[in-house]
Design a protein around this ligand. Structure first.
Ligand code: ARG
Length: 447
């Protein structure tokens, strides 16, 4: 069954190739395709394109399809191209002629656009909760270990005194910026493309504002041609936000792999959380963090993949766009899995104490020695030169947390300020499920 069949039997190999992975990928969109269709039906009746009775029948049928999907019994059949076709097929078999009216005033192009945006909004909101959990854990660790000093590195060489408080807290503040990217992607995403049809509107008197309100979009995506252009653009915005989160997780994982190595041994995990080698009995490997690093590095290639996939397309719909779905859809789940396992590891992390007592790290206190002289009125460059002479043979007296007072230093982490910023930035994420939307739509059934 093809929605576009006109008496000629399509060649099966062509259908298989063009459907590609859609029969699987589109299952992520099912719930939202139904919710979008419910809003569309309510609007069609409101503008007089279908009767009240037809609206009631269609809403009830769509609600049953929603329930079938929840039970796992709604599938995309072998001869059906995608979820949009399957739902129209089901509607016709439940309602006969009335079911065939569901596609009035829309195209699969705006239908898939609205599905993707509703699905993406939900995924973004779910991801924000994961990021928040990780943020809170990192801040807790930062507070718990704020007294424990650590060498800070530049060029991978011991540089200055740092602390576990500063290190854990740095990754937390990194996430506070990632959340801004995610909120930006959410705002761009949260505009309604439904009603732009194939990309050039429709002569039917549809009410796009009404579907926008019903689906709780911030506004319309106005220009019909831009709506189809926005496919690829929206994925780019979302992928950039996901890449930003992935960058944080990947770089943090790299630090953990290094700090866990036997040359450093700054941190450790219980035996149950590390892996071994089939040949070397001594090995305790940080495989979890290596895999987070690898998976997040792959996610960071997404903006590039999207740019290349869309770079030579004429405006208007092109089938190439279909492949964007699996690229971005998979990345949400990947990131959530990485965050969950990272949280499990961080709940069991062990932090070594008194690391900077080791004479190996004596030189990290030399800059503070320079500052001591500066405080006595010696010009900085003269003080620097004097201390440079001492670097090889002397040990420097150790600075403590109390010596650092400015904002964002080891003695004044400002975790509270960062937490306030984070919570403020979390405000745009709302998290309304498809099931809640479906229930709201059913309130429009009048009999
Ligand atoms: N599976 C298609 C996609 O994801 C749905 C839209 C089909 N539109 C079309 N004109 N062939 O892009």
């Amino acid at each position: 069954m093809k929605l576009w069949e006109k008496g000629i039997n399509p060649e099966p190999a062509i259908i298989e190739f063009t459907a590609g992975k859609d029969r699987k990928t589109d299952l992520a969109l099912t719930k939202w395709d139904i919710v979008g269709s419910m809003a569309h039906v309510i609007m069609l009746q409101d503008v007089g394109l279908i009767s009240e009775e037809e609206k009631n029948g269609m809403l009830k049928a769509l609600h049953s399809l929603f329930e079938w999907d929840e039970e796992g019994s709604l599938v995309i059949e072998k001869d059906v191209e995608d979820i949009h076709s399957q739902i129209e097929k089901e509607m016709s078999s439940i309602l006969g002629t009335t079911g065939k009216k569901i596609h009035t005033g829309r195209s699969r192009n705006d239908q898939v656009l609205v599905d993707i945006r509703l699905y993406t909004r939900e995924e973004i909101d779910k991801l924000s909760v994961h990021i928040r959990n990780l943020f809170i854990r990192l801040q807790d660790l930062s507070e718990q270990y704020k007294e424990e000093l650590l060498p800070g590195y530049t060029h991978m060489q011991p540089a200055m005194v740092s602390s576990f408080g500063l290190w854990f807290g740095a990754w937390a503040e990194c996430l506070a910026d990632d959340i801004v990217m995610l909120a930006g992607a959410r705002a761009i995403n949260n505009q309604n493309p439904l009603g732009t049809a194939a990309g050039y509107g429709t002569t039917l008197p549809i009410n796009r504002k009404l579907t926008s309100e019903l689906l709780e979009f911030d506004d319309l995506l106005y220009n019909s041609a831009y709506a189809s252009l926005s496919r690829g653009k929206i994925e780019m915005a979302v992928a950039s936000a996901l890449a930003s989160v992935a960058q944080t997780l990947s770089r943090f994982s790299m630090d953990i792999c290094i700090y866990m190595s036997s040359e450093y041994r700054f941190i450790d995990f219980p035996d149950e959380y590390v892996t071994g080698s089939s040949i070397m009995p001594q090995k305790r490997n940080p495989d979890v963090f290596e895999l987070i690093r690898a998976r997040c590095n792959v996610i960071q290639t997404l903006p590039n993949q999207i740019a290349i996939l869309t770079s030579n397309l004429q405006s208007g719909y092109n089938r190439d766009l279909q492949l964007l779905k699996m690229l971005v859809f998979d990345a949400f789940g990947e990131l959530r899995e990485c965050i969950e396992i990272m949280l499990l590891m961080l709940n069991n992390i062990k932090v070594k104490k008194n690391i900077t007592e080791n004479s190996l790290y004596n030189t990290i206190f030399s800059t503070e020695e320079v500052n001591r002289l500066v405080k006595h009125g010696i010009p900085f460059r003269d003080a620097y030169k004097a201390v440079s002479e001492m670097v090889k043979n002397s040990s420097f007296s150790k600075t403590t947390l109390a010596d650092y007072v400015h904002e964002g230093s080891i003695g004044n982490l400002c975790n509270k300020e960062i937490a306030d910023l984070f919570e403020e930035r979390m405000k745009p994420f709302i998290n309304t499920s498809a099931a809640e939307f479906a229930e709201k739509m059913m309130k429009h059934v009048t009999a």
